[in-house]
Design a protein around this ligand. Sequence first.
Ligand code: CP
Length: 306
Amino acid sequence: RRHFLSVLDLNPVDVAALLDLAEGFVDLNRQAAKKLDLLKGRTLINLFFENSTRTQSSFELAAKRLGADTINMSPRSSSITKGETLIDTAVTLNAMRPDILVVRHAASGAASLLAQKVSCSVINAGDGQHEHPTQALLDALSMRRAFGRIAGLRVAICGDILHSRVARSNVGLLQMMGAEVRLVGPPTLIPAKADRWGVQVFHDLRQGIAGCDVVMMLRLQLERMDGAFAPSPREYFRFWGLDREKLGAAADHVKVMHPGPMNRGVEIDSDVADDLTISLIQDQVEMGVAARMAVLAALAARLDNA
Ligand code: CP
């Protein structure tokens, strides 16, 4: 397993080992000197065809803190603007002998396609509506640190499930680790086949989050919707926006998560998002660096032993 394309590439033992490894990197990242040489001599290329703040910068920081050389390829300043295809771009970069290509693309399956065309390792940093596996790992790390476990947690993933690769990766990983997962959202934003995912589906926010340990809110992805069918942000917030009053239905010890970027006043109220006694949103960002360091370190160990 030279690539990391899906949470289904992992088993529960792999996940637990990666989370344990990441814990060590959390400690390292809180020190003044943050540098190791586990990836010394290795090269990582970030190839992001969609915008990113968290994922791209945390992969770059993670790789640098482990001693790798990194570059960020921006499609806007590359020969993609002259008509070069996704595959030709990846094959061209591969010829420069990188070790790891981190790919984000709007098409589901893009990372998997490139993995078949290049000799370096490919990490999926989000492919269309399909998967965002390192997001699920960092979310699991955040939950495990907050509750001391993942098994048995009742987790409600809420909002625009239809367009969310974060939801798909979290459903797969959380179920693998023994959590109970609920999907909560309007029927138009829940995939038709979601009832086959082994989750409970709710179409009422208060009912869906009732008694939950974790409420994970998702961004309303208006850019992936046909404008004619997109809900108005104000109406969406009324029914599906998480505010203090609706959150009262969850468990008293509830933790609130959001992968970012947040649309304040659309899917989440600032009063909830910024309450550090319940919000794990900034922890998620911090855990993103540690979780990606763990993925890169595990991958480098495999490359060293290949
Ligand atoms: N959560 C996430 O993938 O954020 P970015 O789009 O900023 O990378």
